[in-house]
Write a protein that binds this ligand. Structure first.
Ligand code: TYD
Length: 199
């Protein structure tokens, strides 16, 4: 039914587990993710592994991957009339990169007054907004613990800031965002996710 559903949340929120389970519930849907499996996505993963990556360079790598994802996967699937479910999408940039830019000591990044507004403005002209966003909500301590804190994005204080940005996005668009309490057992989380998509 040419509908775009995105899964969002901090690291360790369990959305990737939910995505796996959703495949069984929606066998005809197109499942995809950001970072993608293209070479743009590979470039993004290299940057995630680089503790000194420039936050603006990183924003544009993620955004390049998003542009390719839209033209190669998202728009063709939607025009075929498919249900598309993406594990992470533009809101990940609005939440994560607005924190990395705000917390950067780089003069270029510092001269950006409102990082979230800036990141959104970069996407606005070409992106396709999701019809529904499932927001898997856990606190930063749980997220860091579950994710094992294996990269620069997975510390408690960083995830706390990212979560605050997600809260802001959800408050702005309460109709698009459906909050799922992701601290519950996986079965309950899946049930809530399936219900939201079916509704
Ligand atoms: P992801 O592959 O979803 O994480 P996981 O290893 O848990 O499956 O995302 C990788 C990391 O990249 C994660 O810490 C979130 C971050 N990220 C951003 O900062 N901005 C983005 O736009 C995206 C898509 C991911």
């Amino acid at each position: 039914p040419d509908m775009l559903v995105t899964l969002e949340g901090i690291d360790g929120s369990g959305k990737t587990t939910a995505a796996e389970d959703l495949r069984e519930a929606f066998p005809d849907a197109v499942f995809t993710r950001e970072p993608t499996d293209s070479w743009y996505g590979d470039a993004v993963r290299r940057s995630i592994g680089d503790d000194d990556a420039d936050p603006l360079a990183e924003l544009f790598l993620y955004t390049a991957d998003h542009a390719d994802h839209l033209s190669r996967t998202i728009r063709p699937a939607l025009s075929r009339g498919d249900l598309v479910i993406s594990d992470r999408y533009a809101d990940s940039r609005y939440a994560y990169q607005s924190v990395t830019i705000a917390e950067s000591g780089d003069p270029g990044a510092q001269s950006i007054e409102d990082p979230m507004a800036y990141v959104r403005s970069v996407h606005r002209p070409f992106t396709r907004a999701p019809d529904l966003t499932l927001y898997f909500d856990v606190d930063a301590e749980t997220g860091a613990e579950r994710s094992g804190a294996t990269n620069k994005f997975e510390t408690v204080s960083f995830l706390r800031s990212v979560r605050e940005r997600y809260e802001r996005l959800a408050a702005e668009e309460p109709e698009r965002f459906v909050r799922i309490d992701a601290a519950r057992p996986p079965g309950d989380v899946l049930e809530a996710a399936v219900e939201a998509i079916e509704a």
